[in-house]
Design a binder for this molecule. Structure first.
Ligand SMILES: Nc1ncnc2c1ncn2[C@@H]1O[C@H](COP(=O)(O)OP(=O)(O)OP(=O)(O)O)[C@@H](O)[C@H]1O
Ligand SMILES: [Mg+2]
Length: 278
């Protein structure tokens, strides 16, 4: 599979900060895969996302999207291919109605009106919000707002969607719904997903996890290999998932535990099954 994202030796420093926010950041993402970027507060995750969209200009290094190097000349082409959903939906609404809001990015790209209306309707349908087209975005629930923000991205027909803690302001049920929606859209639209998250159950769904610490990539691997490094994760300020800690204790106590990552629910199911065979 081809790499749709290829970041090499990326460096970025904010003017007023001494330490660089990103240092020698290199990684690749396969087309059609799901990658989670994790790391403690201030480790450089949002800075990385902003560099990938050309919202910040790197001091050094290269970012290639579908083989095209990000530069002043290509930034608009690249932004048409990469959509982003931020943490706080309120700060990303610009339209008076839900439909206007979803249309906004297309108006900027001078998409002809009939096509625009079609794309907006299809995008709202894809996220299950078509009945809200004429509502005011401000009056929606947090989860509905994120659905509208996702519709705005879907309407652009991008290849890549970046979620910068897009579920972190939602309750657990709302998070699950949004993640299920993204998985569905990913399959249907053949998207590549970059999910920046503190939610380790969300990260566990990824094909690949990238761990950032003080602006550096300190680990990359599958969720199973990353989560298996219990104490190393703690070193990077990351919680070892509760289910992993329980699993370690049960393994130490001699129970036959699988070495793949399990969510709390998965672990409970496994333990019930195990009990029925004892
Ligand atoms: N606009 C800015 N001006 C100056 N420094 C900034 C700015 N934005 C971020 N920083 C600094 O750059 C570093 C990386 O910040 P960034 O927002 O990328 O972290 P993050 O991993 O997204 O954190 P969080 O999990 O809290 O969202 C931090 O030290 C932060 O203080
Ligand atoms: Mg951030």
């Amino acid at each position: 599979m081809a790499n749709i994202i290829d970041v090499k030796d990326l460096e970025y420093s904010y003017a007023e900060q001494k330490a660089p926010a990103l240092q020698h950041v290199s990684f690749q993402v396969e087309q059609g895969s799901w990658v989670a970027v994790i790391g403690h507060n201030g480790s450089g995750k949002s800075t990385l996302a902003k560099n990938m969209l050309g919202l910040l200009e790197p001091a050094a290094g290269t970012i290639k999207i579908s083989g095209m190097e990000l530069s002043e000349e290509t930034v608009w082409q690249i932004r048409a291919r990469v959509g982003i959903v931020f943490q706080n939906p309120d700060s990303q609404f610009v339209g008076a109605t839900v439909a206007d809001d979803v249309a906004f990015g297309l108006e900027n790209r001078e998409v002809p009106r009939p096509e625009m209306l079609e794309r907006v309707e299809a995008a709202l349908k894809a996220v299950g919000m078509q009945e809200y087209a004429n509502r005011e975005p401000a009056h929606l629930s947090g989860g509905q707002k994120q659905r509208v923000a996702i519709a705005g991205v879907v309407a652009q027909q991008p290849d890549i969607i970046i979620l910068d803690e897009a579920t972190s302001m939602l309750d657990p049920a709302g998070r699950k719904e949004i993640i299920a929606l993204i998985r569905e859209l990913k399959a249907k639209l053949n998207l590549t997903v970059v999910s920046i998250t503190h939610d380790l159950d969300e990260a566990a769904l990824a094909d690949q996890i990238i761990v950032l610490d003080s602006g550096k990539v300190v680990e990359t691997g599958t969720p199973a290999t990353i989560f298996a490094r219990g104490s190393a994760m703690a070193k990077f300020g990351l919680d070892v998932p509760y289910s992993e800690r329980v699993k370690e204790d049960l393994t130490a106590a001699g129970l036959p535990m699988p070495n793949t990552y399990m969510s709390e629910e998965g672990l409970v199911d496994y333990l019930w099954t195990l009990r029925s065979t004892m």
